[in-house]
Design a protein around this ligand. Structure first.
Ligand SMILES: Nc1ncnc2c1ncn2[C@@H]1O[C@H](COP(=O)(O)OP(=O)(O)OP(=O)(O)O)[C@@H](O)[C@H]1O
Length: 250
C-alpha cells in the first residue's frame, strides 16, 4: 500500500554553465513510498538532469532533495547505499562477461562471497541469460547490454530504484518481461521506483503516477488514467501532445 513520502523535492533548480535557461526550474514534487513514479517529457525537457541530481551524479543546484529523511546535500554517501541506479548510458566493461560485470558491480555495493554469486546468477536466470552470461559484453546485442545494466541497479535490492529509459532499444516482448520483473521488485521489496521513458503506453500501464515535464518545469502530475480523463483525451500520448505541443521521440 502506498503510504508516506519517500522523496521530497523542493524548489529544485539547475543551471548549466553557458546555458541561457535553467535545465530544471523550481521543481516541487513528493513521491510516496512504494510508488512507481514516471517522469515523462520531450527531448531536452530536463529528465536526465533530474535523474542525475537525485542520484548525486551532478551537483545539486538550488533547492532541496530529501530521500527517506536523508538530504542530498549532507548525506549523499548514505543515500548511495539505499538507491539503485540504472543510467540511460550503459556503463559496462566490454571485455568482461556479463556475469563478471555484475560480480564487480555487486562488490561495489558491499555484496560478497556465495551470496553475491547466488544473487548474480539468479538475476541472470530471471532475465533469460543462459551460458551467454560468460561471453564478453562486447559480443552482446544492445538489448542484452541493457538487461545487464538493469540487473546492476537491482542486485543489492535498493529501497529506491532510479531508472532512466530502462527499456530503450529493447524489443516489445523483452520490454514486457522487464516491466513485470520491475513491478515484482516494487511489490515484493516495497521498492519505490522512479522511471523516465519515451514509451507513453508503457508508462500509462506501469506507473502509479506520472509527472509531465517540459522546459525544466513540471506541468502536470497525477494518476495516468485520471489525467487522461480530465484532459478529455484517449491516452497519455494524446494528453502529452495537448500539454506540451510536442511529440515525444520514438
Ligand atoms: N552538461 C550540460 N551542459 C549544458 N547544458 C546541458 C547539459 N546537459 C543537459 N543540458 C541542457 O539541459 C536541458 C535538459 O537536458 P536533459 O538532458 O536533462 O533533458 P532530457 O529530458 O533528459 O532530454 P533527452 O530526452 O533528450 O535525454 C537541455 O536544454 C540540455 O541541452
Amino acid at each position: 500500500m502506498i503510504s508516506q513520502d519517500c522523496i521530497t523535492i523542493t524548489g529544485l533548480t539547475k543551471h548549466y554553465q553557458k546555458s541561457s535557461r535553467p535545465a530544471l526550474n523550481g521543481i516541487d514534487l513528493r513521491i510516496r513510498e512504494g510508488e512507481v513514479f514516471g517522469l515523462l517529457g520531450p527531448n531536452g525537457a530536463g529528465k536526465t538532469t533530474f535523474f542525475s541530481t537525485l542520484c548525486g551524479l551532478i551537483e545539486l543546484g538550488e533547492g532541496e532533495v530529501i530521500l527517506q529523511d536523508l538530504s542530498i546535500r549532507q548525506d549523499l554517501g548514505r543515500i548511495k547505499q539505499i538507491i539503485g541506479v540504472v543510467p540511460q548510458d550503459i556503463a559496462l566493461y566490454p571485455t568482461l562477461s556479463g556475469r563478471d560485470n555484475l560480480l564487480f558491480i555487486g562488490r561495489m555495493y558491499g555484496l560478497k562471497g556465495a551470496e553475491l554469486k547466488q544473487r548474480v546468477d539468479s538475476c541472470l536466470d530471471d532475465f533469460g541469460f543462459d551460458a551467454n552470461r560468460h561471453l564478453a559484453v562486447k559480443k552482446y546485442s544492445g538489448g542484452m547490454k541493457r538487461k545487464i545494466n538493469l540487473i546492476g541497479g537491482i542486485l543489492h535490492r535498493p529501497k529506491i530504484l532510479l531508472l532512466d529509459e530502462p527499456t530503450v532499444g529493447i524489443d516489445v516482448h523483452s520490454r514486457r518481461g522487464i516491466l513485470e520483473k520491475l513491478k515484482a521488485i516494487n511489490q515484493t521489496d516495497k521498492a519505490t521506483i522512479i522511471y523516465t521513458s519515451h514509451h507513453m503506453e508503457e508508462a500509462e500501464q506501469f506507473c502509479d503516477r506520472v509527472a509531465i515535464i517540459d522546459e525544466g518545469e513540471i506541468i502536470q502530475v497525477g494518476v495516468p488514467r485520471e489525467l487522461v480523463t480530465a484532459g478529455n483525451c484517449q491516452n497519455l500520448e494524446e494528453l502529452f501532445v495537448q500539454l506540451t505541443g510536442k511529440k515525444i521521440k520514438d
